[in-house]
Write a new protein. Sequence first.
Length: 433
Amino acid sequence: MTMHEKLIEGKASISVLGLGYVGLPIALAFAKKVKVIGFDIKQERVEKMNSGVDPSGELSSEDFEGCDISFTSNPEDLRGADFHIVAVPTPINPSQQPDLGPLLSASKILGSVLKKGDFVVYESTVYPGCTEEDCVPVLVSESGLDYGKDFKVGYSPERINPGDKVNTLSTIVKVVGACDEESLEVISKIYELVIDAGTHKVSSIKVAEASKIIENIQRDMNIALVNELSIIFGRAGINTYEVLEAAGTKWNFLPFKPGLVGGHCIGIDPYYLTWKSNKLGYHAKVINSARYVNDSMGFYVGKQTVKKILARGVSALSARVLVMGITFKENVEDIRNTKVIDVIRELESFNVSVDVVDPHAKASEVKSEYGITLLEHPEKNVYNAVIVAVNHSEYASMKEEDFAQKMHGGEGVFVDVKGIFRNKIKDLDYWSL
């Protein structure tokens, strides 16, 4: 009997290690088909999920209904599973090098409960070779089992896009790589239980790892190009979005837009490949240049805002600025690696007083992560500049007078980072990337 058949007949179960933005949707999707054990190291998160609450705020209580799943923070409970999915974060350290701590810790936990016949599939974004060179040795060391003989390993990169209700887990093709042909077929068939779009099988785990990491690098580099163009066009006195709109009339022009590139994917993943590239004896010039441009944009926005304020005869020491939005993208709670913080820090470096609001971010998390106290409501008639840093839907529906009411004397600088108010602002001193 195959692993797929065992799962269908209830004679085997799946475990998912790491129940964040990636792991929880996967766990719940499988739990509507087979038995699942959801594992997270944080007991407070487990308690929320046991009550039908997604700690990340992405899923509703209805998503938990009809699921055969048990949530736990006890590693021993993982012994009851036979097919394990690892979906933990892969951040970078302050030196912008890969931090494999969460991944190796999860591998250690899993290795301690691994048994003969088990499958392990990694979904965390890593550099090519990481699964077999870094993770598998931990599984072998902790379990005492032989890789490829006693247990099988695969890699299937996550493609979940937080906040996206159209491109969801089931509608996106799943890339799958594995340690051998037989495992590749088994793992692909199991994923097809929840992936309506099907799977794309590749020849090796390394190819699967590489395919994921270049998805985000490609976006990073394209955004870096338009960010650099934005700086150039700003000096030339023309609007970047108008230029892009005109260029976009050609059928093969790629529709990328300038902006702040943060979050836990695009702003981090390129550093995994550049680190690996250095280990292979090659310095990645283009990828590093793109990272430099995108990592600089928050400071650029902050500095341009101060220049606009000074040009209006207002001293930086007396200036007040309202920043609207601090999450890394629109309509999500996630504040990880948000580049809005760079805008705020740049303003503060000029001794500008900054207030921050966000209808989606959790005040406690913002305070803990960045030391910033979110205002529930901004003040009126006090700000010299308003920066719409994140185009939350709540902001997109606002009108010019809504922003003018917040500004001192009803006038001031309006910074539209994403360009969503272009041609809608007539009286305020408008600027965008």
